[in-house]
Design a protein. Structure first.
Length: 230
């Protein structure tokens, strides 16, 4: 069992974030458990890379002096598995918002899918979703989007290191992707649909790795609380 001094000196905690939890909720659950266990008034706790509420999986949480290393963990490549649903799009590029457009899919073949996938490997330009937590003029972009305000969003370069189609069961594709910091998988789902002359949105997502850290070695927030005997 880790001691109070261990946590204050610095710990990296691998959390398997549940679906529908925000990253902030997961951090708070870990922070509360540490403070409760050791009767601490204060301890720094933060995560090294947000995971959307509609995604589950690996969240690296830094406690104590390890919060100074957050930027180091944030820069590591990320790996995800998930599903893209073709033939329909949503304003948020995922299931946060309702389908706003439907498109034909009859022309989509396995061959076309694999050929199109090659366009998304290496350095690619992508626009972040309008429903994102990025800030513009001190306000989060999703706040503008919910108000119905249109924003000019600039494309930026990210790197897709690996992109594998695991299963095709049209209109759903199951995939695995390994990518650089700052890559929006939702944008890849949306752009992939467009590249197929159809539409697409992200219908499920799980982060499986950050650098060499694997979700198989992570713990659910509830189990972390149990481990801390609180």
């Amino acid at each position: 069992m880790k001691t109070k001094e261990d946590f204050l000196e610095g710990q990296l905690i691998l959390i398997d974030k549940p679906l529908n939890w925000s990253s902030f909720q997961a951090v708070n659950a870990v922070k509360w458990a540490i403070r409760k266990r050791f009767q601490l008034k204060k301890i720094k706790v933060g995560h090294a890379g947000t995971l959307d509420p509609l995604a589950s999986g690996l969240l690296l949480i830094c406690a104590g002096k390890f919060t100074k290393r957050i930027h180091e963990f944030q820069g590591m490549p990320k790996e995800y598995e998930g599903t893209i649903t073709l033939g329909s799009s949503t304003p948020s590029y995922d299931l946060e918002t309702e389908v706003d457009n439907v498109y034909p899919t009859d022309h989509i073949t396995h061959e076309l899918i694999h050929k199109t996938k090659a366009l998304f490997l290496g350095k690619i330009a992508q626009k972040p979703p309008v429903f994102s937590a990025l800030k513009k003029d001190g306000k989060r972009m999703y706040e503008y989007a919910r108000e119905g305000k249109e924003l000019e969003i600039k494309a930026r370069f990210v790197e897709v290191l690996e992109f594998e189609i695991l299963e095709i069961n049209l209109p759903v594709l199951r995939f695995r992707i390994r990518c650089s910091k700052g890559t929006y998988i939702r944008s890849i789902a949306h752009d992939f649909g467009k590249a197929l002359n159809s539409g697409g949105h992200l219908s499920s997502l799980r982060r499986t790795k950050i650098g060499d850290y694997n979700v198989n070695n992570a713990i659910a927030p509830a189990n972390f609380k149990e481990m801390m005997n609180v």
